[in-house]
Design a binder for this molecule. Sequence first.
Ligand SMILES: [Zn+2]
Ligand SMILES: [Zn+2]
Length: 72
Amino acid sequence: MTLFTVGEEINHRLGDPQCPECWEEFPEPCPCGGMVHAAGGEAEDEDGNVLLTTKCDGCGRSREEIEEEAGR
Ligand SMILES: [Zn+2]
Ligand SMILES: [Zn+2]
């Protein structure tokens, strides 16, 4: 099992859809075929939403980057 770093969490499991380190419903599938992992959540925004650090274990993009690309 290869470990994968997301934000400050170094124990995410590359390619594991049941990654035990991931935040809530994560990881989620990425269009590249990898899994998008999420690390949370020391910080919150002004609305009280937890700020997540997301990163795909395949292409290395964040969820925001992937969504931007999908919107085009
Ligand atoms: Zn993970
Ligand atoms: Zn990807």
